[in-house]
Design a binder for this molecule. Structure first.
Ligand code: PLP
Length: 348
């Protein structure tokens, strides 16, 4: 294989729109989406709502805004949102809920498989909710699959427990399902089954599904109506949005089933890494994310990232000195083999 080839494993957000997407973008029927008159956006929103088994869905410019608007729609000012301490919402979203929503983040310890323990959630609920000194929980956020926990998928039995807990305490649940289609493929069930356990869900079109821009939030009609208003306030009301929504429709129609290939390649990478002396693969690979750590004392993670980049393999550190590699539509089996070759060469 040509050594000058770039193997991009930093993120599935590096995926480029397919030619079918580019064609759809040039042919999309357009209107002003702030007036609710872009037919392509309407079609995408109806499709996403249907696929997730929710009453309604809304197109958002990013997953970050999707999560922020969802938290704000669920949580009155002065309440708290219970979030995993390793979650994207808590770590990578610039404290938006605090700043824009007046909502306090309460970090809950994240289990190695991405779960938030029910006991820990319980501890965050004031024993006496009428006692005025406590902020009341307005929302629980789950991440599924869990990025920083290695793309792990939340089991349905856990979602059953969470839903029971949610109803018992009257606290809604939002799922940050940036890669929810990966979870659905892994579990062999429709994403709507996963979504049925939560009140709202966001997913990204711009990751493994290869669309250039966008996320969707789905939930009840009343909730989505609220998100529409918050999206406008945040500056996310866009005009001829059908140009990008058209790619989203192609993403949902054509790009979900192929995610299985990404999972196969991720497992291939993990299996190869596990055989290399001086490397430990940190997690069980359930989707398209692989974490590993170089234990060979000649190397810091900085050195590893630099060396691999010099040799055309792009990875990055993603917390606690671990290196993350993400497979996607731009990565073929031969890229995995080449990446492993480079890593073996580095440690030789
Ligand atoms: C990427 C990601 C987001 C944020 O999406 P952006 O479109 O990058 O803002 C949220 N949650 C998770 C788990 C993600 O992986």
């Amino acid at each position: 294989m040509d050594k000058s080839i770039k193997i991009e494993l930093r993120s599935d957000t590096f995926t480029l729109p397919t030619s079918a997407m580019l064609t759809a973008m040039t042919q999309a029927k357009l209107g002003d989406d702030v007036y609710g008159e872009d037919p392509t956006v309407r079609e995408l929103e109806a499709k996403a709502a249907h696929m997730l088994g929710k009453e309604a869905a809304i197109f958002m410019p990013s997953g970050t805004m999707a999560n922020l608007a969802s938290i704000m729609a669920h949580c009155p000012r002065g309440t708290k949102v219970l979030v995993g301490d390793e979650s994207d919402i808590y770590i990578y979203e610039a404290a938006g809920a605090s700043i824009c929503g007046g909502v306090m983040y309460e970090p809950i310890k994240t289990k190695s498989d991405g779960r938030l323990d029910l006991y820990d959630l319980q501890q965050s609920i004031p024993r006496d909710t009428t006692d005025p000194q406590f902020a009341l929980p307005g929302l629980i956020c789950l991440e599924n699959p869990h990025n920083r926990m290695g793309g792990r998928v939340l089991p349905l039995s856990y979602l059953v427990d969470i839903q029971r807990f949610s109803k018992q305490h009257n606290i809604p649940v939002h799922m940050d399902g940036a890669r929810i289609w990966n979870a659905a493929i892994t579990m062999g069930i429709p994403a709507s089954t996963i979504a049925s356990y939560v009140d709202s869900i966001q997913f990204c079109l711009s990751k493994g599904l290869s669309a250039p821009i966008g996320s969707m939030v789905a939930g009840s009609q009343a909730f989505i109506q609220n998100v529409y208003r918050i999206r406008k306030m945040l500056g996310g009301g866009m005009r001829q949005t059908g140009v990008i929504a058209a790619a989203g429709i192609v993403a949902l129609d054509q790009m979900i089933n192929r995610l299985e290939d990404d999972h196969i390649n991720a497992r291939l990478l993990a299996k190869g890494l596990a055989k290399i002396p001086g490397i430990i693969c940190e997690t069980q690979v359930e989707t398209n994310i692989v974490f590993f750590r170089v234990t060979d004392s000649r190397f810091t993670w900085e050195k590893v990232v630099h060396f691999l980049q010099q040799h055309g393999v792009y990875v990055d550190e993603l917390g606690h000195g671990r290196i993350r590699a993400v497979t996607h539509a731009g990565i073929k089996t031969e890229h995995i083999e080449q990446a492993l070759k480079v890593i073996r060469h580095m440690l030789a």
